[in-house]
Design a protein around this ligand. Structure first.
Ligand code: PLP
Length: 434
């Protein structure tokens, strides 16, 4: 299978290059040149299959030309070793709980799969220098998912750069207590400074010659592809109940929605999608007006969706040849204020005894407002509410119960490297660690 760049100014890549490079040389995002239709009998029997069986089947159909089937099945078994249950919340509304992985957020799915796929590809390079260095800048959630996803994966070292003192203690403990092949670097600066240091490293010839560098940010196709698997699994779990399924995705960078649309293109009979935004609503405005106008992000309580220029917008355009009419026919939008998010968390907790996180709450509310007669809705519950315990405590008047595996991070020992916001310091640090 060939992978093209959404900017169409770079040569096609194979899967290996698309994963190792992340971003195409023309700064476009890689997309598969075609999305294979899954066989009809797969859809017929899928309600009897496990998540791993479904994921394996989709992976083999999509990636089977580039990776041996047995390897793909092993990667799926190893990376996706937790369930993603769909549970009832309200009348005709279900939650797809994506928080049963190690860092309690859906980003575990992409990070764990990508780590093992990258490991497979570097293992093929006989005689080459083996260690690949993954650089990732984080304001919280990405760092924890990537660090935990790559933890203990042989041949890969991860450097997580984060703004010192500007990440919540719970998030910080999720990537600073791991040790082994994970190094956490606390930078004296902002998230943007961290990102600038990573970008400079990728552009530095001496570093590029001296060590193999790659990124694991959300534009990497290796993180996106596995996210399509759980749409199939959600459909399978709902299949006996309805053939009018609406899926609502709380969206920031729009990777999650792009993955759902890829599943739809592979033949998954989802009736339509809703993209739920917080006040960072450039996609909502695009659907309303036809104009796409990125703007600086604003801070909200659903902070993983505080994105003003969603990077995967280019992928959504590519899937529909830039035709807004096709996009509008399949996807509707929604946008909510912090107040509306809080009211929803409170109401659903009191009425339905289900505790939403702020991101899932946006998506729940969009379903409640937009679901039509005869339709059933599934919203993506992208993180465990306990990850946002301050907000939740303010809204419902008590602390959420912290799951053991989240608490375990708090009991770990924090190990970080303090660093000034200076590229030459960062560069010599990396070169000395080779
Ligand atoms: C990253 C994230 C999102 C947004 O997902 P995108 O793929 O960027 O649209 C939503 N909710 C949570 C909890 C997240 O961590």
């Amino acid at each position: 299978m060939k992978y093209y760049s959404t900017n169409h100014q770079a040569p096609d890549a194979d899967l290996r290059d698309a994963i190792i490079k992340g971003l195409a040389p023309d700064k476009g995002l890689y997309m598969p040149e075609r999305l294979p239709q899954l066989p009809a009998d797969f859809f017929e029997r899928m309600d009897r299959l496990s998540f791993q069986e479904i994921a394996g089947e989709v992976a083999v159909n999509l990636l089977g030309e580039d990776v041996p089937e047995a390897t793909l099945r092993n990667i799926v078994a190893d990376a996706l070793n937790f369930d993603i249950p769909v549970v009832p919340v309200a009348d005709r509304i279900h939650a797809m709980e994506l928080f049963h992985g190690p860092t309690l957020a859906f980003k575990d799915v992409g990070a764990r799969f990508m780590a093992r796929l990258l490991r497979h590809f570097i293992g093929e390079d006989e005689g080459e220098q083996k260690t690949i260095n993954v650089l990732v800048a984080t304001s919280g959630d990405t760092g924890s998912a990537v660090a935990n996803g790559f933890l203990g994966v042989e041949g890969i070292h991860v450097y997580v750069l984060y703004p010192n003192g500007k990440v919540s203690p719970l998030q910080e403990m999720q990537f600073t207590t791991l040790g082994r092949n994970i190094t956490a670097i606390a930078v004296d600066g902002t998230f943007d400074d961290c990102q600038a240091l990573v970008k400079s490293a990728f552009m530095d010839d001496e570093l590029q010659r001296g060590m193999k560098l790659t990124s694991a940010n959300s534009i990497n196709l290796g993180r996106l592809i596995p996210q399509s698997f759980y749409y199939f699994y959600a459909y399978a779990q709902m299949k006996r109940m309805t053939d009018q399924l609406v899926i609502c995705v709380p969206s920031g960078n729009f990777g999650n929605l792009a993955a759902g649309l890829m599943a739809w293109k592979m033949g998954l009979p989802i009736r339509r999608f809703i993209a739920a935004n917080n006040r960072n609503d450039v996609f909502y405005q695009y659907l309303q007006t036809g104009g796409y106008h990125p703007r600086p992000s604003i801070a909200t309580i659903a902070n993983a969706m505080d994105v003003g220029a969603p990077s995967n917008f280019a992928r959504i355009q590519a899937l529909f040849d830039g035709d807004i009419n096709q996009i509008r026919a399949l996807i509707s939008g929604a946008t909510y204020s912090d107040d509306e998010i809080c009211q929803t968390i409170r109401k659903v907790y009191e009425t339905n005894r289900y505790l939403l996180d702020p991101h899932g709450a946006c998506a729940y509310l969009a379903l409640e407002e937009q679901l039509m007669d005869g339709e059933h809705g599934v919203f993506l519950e992208t993180a465990h509410p306990a990850k946002f315990n301050d907000t939740i405590a303010r809204v419902i008047g008590r602390q959420p119960i912290i799951p053991d595996r989240l608490q375990a991070f708090m009991n770990g020992m924090k190990q970080t490297v303090q660093m000034e916001n200076d590229f030459s310091t960062f560069k010599s640090f990396l070169l000395n660690r080779r």
